[in-house]
Design a binder for this molecule. Structure first.
Ligand SMILES: [Fe+2]
Length: 363
C-alpha cells in the first residue's frame, strides 16, 4: 500500500506541460517540479495563498520545448534549483546523484536518474508517486531522437521505474491525451513503450520527429541563465519610458493575426521566426526595446536572440498582452472589432513525446 506522503497539487493551468507543487503540511516547505517561466506569477500566488515556502525548483531535465521558471523562482524566492548530476546546465544549485534524497520537512524526495530522453533526465519519487518528467508518459514515452537521447538507456531507466513498485503512481511531465496519472502496473499492462523489450523499444524509437520550435533560444535560456528581475517591466511601468517609437520601442513578436486583433498603440511587429533575418531593422529602432508577445514566451525568446547579438538594452513586458489587457491598458486593432488578445492560427511546435503530440511553445 502507498504510504502517507507529501501534499501535491497539479498547477498546469490546463496546459499539456505539467508542473507539480509538493509540500510538507507541517513545515510548509515546498518544491515545484518543472515550473514554467510564463506561470511564475501564478506559482507565487499559489505559494502565498497556501503559506508555503519554496525550497526547491526541480527541473527533471534540460527542457527544449518550454522556458523553465526555475531561475526566476530562485531570483524571487531564494529557492535552490535541483537537476541531475549529468546536466550541463549552468543554472543548477544542486546536481543530484542517482538515489540521492532531499528533505521537505520530515518527508524525503528521492531522485532516480532516468536518462534516455536526454542524458540529464531524472524522475522524482516521493514514496507513493513518481514524477517521471519526459521519461515515461501515460501510454507513451519520451522521444529519444535529439539532445543526446538514447532508447537503450531509456529502456534501462524504465526498469528503474518499474523497480519502485507496481502500486506507485505515475505523474508525467506532459499529458498529451487528457489522462493525468497512472500506475506502474497499468503502464506495464498498457504502454507499448514501457512493456517492450530493449530491441523492441529501440525499434519503436528509430523515427526522427520535428524539433521543438525555437529550440536554440529555449536551451540558451534554460541552461545558461534566465532573465534578471531588472530586465522585466510590469505593464504599469511602461508609460514611464516615454513615447513608443521615439523614446523606446515596443517590439511585438506575435504573428500578424494576433497583432492586428489587438496591440499596444505604437508597437512594431516582427514575428519571432523573422527576427534574426530582420536584425538590421532592430538595430535602428530606438532603445530600450520592450519585448512583447501574448504571454511572454516568444518575447523572452526574442530577448535570447538579442543576447546572442550582444544587444543588452531590452526589457520583457511581464505577462505580455494578456497582462496588459487584464490591467485594462489601452489597445488598438485593425479588424474593425474591439481589440482582443487572441491565439494565432499560425502556432506550431514539436513535442517531447515519441511519435506525436503537440507542445505549445508560442505563449
Ligand atoms: Fe523534454
Amino acid at each position: 500500500m502507498p504510504v502517507a506522503t507529501l501534499e501535491m497539487k497539479v498547477v498546469d493551468f490546463g496546459r499539456d506541460c505539467k508542473t507539480y507543487l509538493l509540500w510538507d503540511a507541517a513545515s510548509k516547505e515546498a518544491a515545484l517540479i518543472d515550473p514554467r517561466f510564463d506561470y511564475t506569477a501564478a506559482y507565487l500566488k499559489e505559494l502565498q495563498g497556501a503559506g508555503l515556502k519554496l525550497k526547491y525548483a526541480i527541473d527533471t531535465h534540460t527542457h527544449a520545448d518550454h522556458l523553465s521558471g526555475a531561475d526566476r523562482l530562485r531570483n524571487l524566492t531564494g529557492c535552490a534549483i535541483v537537476m541531475s548530476e549529468h546536466t550541463k546546465s549552468k543554472v543548477a544549485d544542486y546536481k543530484v546523484a542517482d538515489g540521492e534524497k532531499l528533505k521537505l520537512g520530515e518527508h524525503e524526495l528521492t531522485f532516480v536518474l532516468t536518462p534516455g530522453h536526454t542524458p540529464d533526465s531524472m524522475s522524482i519519487f516521493d514514496g507513493a508517486r513518481v514524477y517521471t518528467g519526459d521519461t515515461l508518459f501515460i501510454g507513451s514515452a519520451a522521444r529519444t531522437d535529439f539532445m543526446g537521447g538514447d532508447a537503450g538507456k531509456l529502456y534501462d531507466s524504465f526498469r528503474k521505474l518499474e523497480a519502485l513498485g507496481k502500486h506507485v503512481e505515475v505523474w508525467p511531465g506532459h499529458d498529451y491525451n487528457g489522462k493525468h496519472s497512472s500506475t506502474i502496473a497499468a503502464e506495464l499492462q498498457n504502454n507499448p513503450h514501457f512493456k517492450a523489450d530493449k530491441d523492441g523499444l529501440k525499434a519503436m524509437h528509430r523515427m526522427k520527429g520535428e524539433l521543438p520550435a525555437n529550440m536554440a533560444e529555449i536551451l540558451s535560456f534554460n541552461s545558461e541563465a534566465g532573465l534578471p528581475e531588472d530586465k522585466i517591466i510590469r505593464p504599469a511601468d511602461v508609460a514611464k519610458l516615454g513615447t513608443p517609437g521615439k523614446d523606446f520601442t515596443l517590439l511585438d513578436s506575435r504573428f500578424i493575426d494576433e497583432f492586428e486583433a489587438g496591440r499596444i498603440k505604437g508597437a512594431v511587429q516582427i514575428p519571432l521566426p523573422e527576427l534574426r533575418d530582420r536584425w538590421a531593422e532592430v538595430e535602428k529602432l530606438p532603445h530600450p526595446i520592450v519585448s512583447v508577445c501574448r504571454s511572454g514566451v516568444r518575447a523572452t525568446m526574442a530577448m535570447m536572440t538579442a543576447r546572442h547579438a550582444s544587444d543588452k538594452d531590452w526589457l520583457l513586458l511581464e505577462g505580455g498582452m494578456q497582462a496588459w489587457q487584464k490591467d485594462g491598458k489601452p489597445m488598438v486593432s485593425d479588424t474593425g472589432k474591439a481589440p482582443d488578445v487572441i491565439t494565432s492560427k499560425f502556432a506550431t511546435g514539436g513535442s517531447c513525446a515519441a511519435g506525436g503530440g503537440t507542445c505549445s511553445t508560442v505563449g
